[in-house]
Design a protein around this ligand. Structure first.
Ligand code: GDP
Ligand code: MN
Length: 376
């Protein structure tokens, strides 16, 4: 789960990170009181669950309360990467001398939490990793012992040679680690952590992604969920009890079982196609689930064909077939459907689908090839 910067700031400040004070608003006029209370200059920031808001015009400085109102007016309602800005954060602005990147993720390679820092902050860290990897220092952290003092010193001195500044950075790194572990985050990131001209360190951006499987331990964080700011497909999928991840390709996939879903995606890529999504309709599938899955996939304009790959066990193929017929009627499908159903009640399913335009497939490989061809 992703949360807004404002909420991530709240979590960070609980762990002692130096977060400038801020106020959340939803109407431009409210920026005036916020700016007066905080003291100018302030920075007005779009609260949407995507990065790169700065470049998209979603982050603006204001040196008077009037200007804060103007900036809030300019930001509220704009579209950033497909999301409408409905809330903005007014935060006390900081003068910037240097910008650093500090982040914490779970690293699958080392199978450990890993801290990453870079003196090239404020820009896209993936870009830094590509162009100048030597500017990133990575440190796996053993959760048994936690972040070690030598690690903190090494990372802090990698970012600043000034001892006073390095000391503050070190404290921020400890706070970041504690926040990451304490919130059961899958990612916690401050980009940028900045040093002001008078040598004070501030966390002026905040990003935390939570591990959904641990959210039950954090009802306060779970309550920060903002459905309106999430990808609609993912929200609908959660409500329909489907595992769904949107991807960039043209071939929609409806599969039962996460393993088969992954194998299907691998095979699509193997034969030169690109999946539009990962979608697991789960073990016990009903026609309603198939309909929900179809709706979610069809919302993606990139989709040119849909591959249905079902291995019937507890899932009955005839249920899926009926779901497909229903979806076709209700949704007026115009993309080709390639259907591979095998296992429980396969014969019944074939009969149900016999006189439709759906394209049958002998096996998985055949289905994948047909789906790629149909997608063009
Ligand atoms: P992002 O683009 O979504 O990552 O949003 P950020 O919060 O990182 O803001 C983008 C950029 O705006 C930062 O990299 C800074 O250059 C600038 N910015 C944000 N807050 C402040 C601030 O308090 N003072 C100054 N001078 N610049 C800021
Ligand atoms: Mn940022």
């Amino acid at each position: 789960m992703k949360i807004h910067e404002a909420d991530a700031r709240g979590i960070f400040s609980r762990y002692g990170l130096p977060v400038p004070p801020s106020r959340m608003i939803t109407k431009p006029e409210e920026a005036r009181a916020a700016a007066e209370e905080l003291g100018c200059p302030v920075v007005v920031k779009a609260q949407v669950l995507v990065g790169g808001r700065g470049k998209a015009g979603g982050v603006k400085l204001a040196s008077t309360p009037e200007e804060a109102v103007e900036k809030a007016e300019a930001i509220l309602g704009i579209d950033i990467k497909g999301l409408t800005v409905e809330k903005v954060l007014v935060a006390k602005a900081v003068d910037i001398e240097r910008e650093f990147y500090v982040g914490m993720i779970f690293d699958r390679g080392t199978r450990m939490p890993m801290m990453m820092v870079s003196p090239a902050g404020g820009v896209d860290i993936e870009e830094v990793a590509r162009a100048t990897p030597e500017k990133i220092l990575k440190m796996p952290v053993n959760p048994d012992g936690g972040l070690m003092p030598f690690q903190v010193r090494r990372m802090a001195s990698f970012l600043s040679k000034d001892r006073e500044v390095a000391k503050q950075i070190g404290k921020a790194l400890k706070g970041l680690y504690e926040a990451f572990m304490g919130a059961d985050a899958s990612l916690a990131e401050i980009n940028p952590l900045v040093e002001s001209p008078d040598g004070v360190v501030w966390a002026i951006d905040a990003k935390i992604n939570l591990d959904d499987n641990a959210l039950f331990r954090h009802p306060d964080i779970a309550a920060m969920r903002d459905d309106s700011a999430e990808d609609r497909g993912e929200v609908d999928a959660r409500e329909a009890d489907l595992s769904f991840v949107k991807l960039e390709g043209k071939i929609g996939c409806i599969v039962n079982g996460a393993g088969l879903a992954m194998a299907t995606m691998d095979m699509i890529e193997h034969f030169g196609g690109e999946p539009a999504n990962f979608l697991d309709i789960g073990g016990s599938s009903s026609p309603e689930k198939v309909l929900s899955a179809m709706k979610i996939i069809l919302r993606d304009e990139n989709v040119r064909s849909i591959l249905i790959n079902i291995f019937g066990g507890i899932t009955r193929c005839d249920d899926v077939a009926n779901g497909l017929i229903g979806a076709k009627e209700k949704l007026g499908l115009d993309v080709p459907l390639i259907v591979r159903l095998t296992g429980t009640n396969e014969k019944e399913a074939r009969e149900i689908l016999a006189n439709t335009e759906m394209i049958g497939a002998d096996d998985m490989e055949d289905a994948v090839k047909k789906a790629i061809e149909a997608a063009g």
